[in-house]
Write a protein that binds this ligand. Structure first.
Ligand code: SF4
Length: 89
């Protein structure tokens, strides 16, 4: 199934250098903060965040979340899915 990525058309980061969302080096924290500022204005923030969680993105800022925040959210999402599956069994 081909994923629907139409929401990207409305992204605040459309046309920006994607490296702005993949921080590294000694200015990583400032880069993440700057990327999150852009995400804060984005009308498709929820779609972007959901995409990153569902596809297991491990790097970069997505939906206004740092990779550490995404990892924690994904873990909660996965834990909840496991407990729901166990309850259903
Ligand atoms: S939430 Fe941030 S990374 Fe995602 S589409 Fe919007 S501006 Fe881009």
């Amino acid at each position: 199934m081909i994923p629907n990525l139409d929401w990207l058309d409305d992204a605040a980061c459309a046309g920006m250098d994607s490296r702005a969302f993949f921080a590294n080096g000694c200015h990583a924290r400032a880069q993440v903060h700057a990327a999150q500022q852009v995400c804060g204005t984005c009308p498709v923030q929820a779609e972007c965040r959901n995409w990153a969680i569902q596809t297991g993105e491990r790097h970069g800022v997505w939906g206004g979340m740092s990779q550490q925040e995404l990892r924690r959210t994904r873990r909660r999402f996965t834990d909840r899915s496991k407990s729901t599956t166990r309850e259903a069994a």
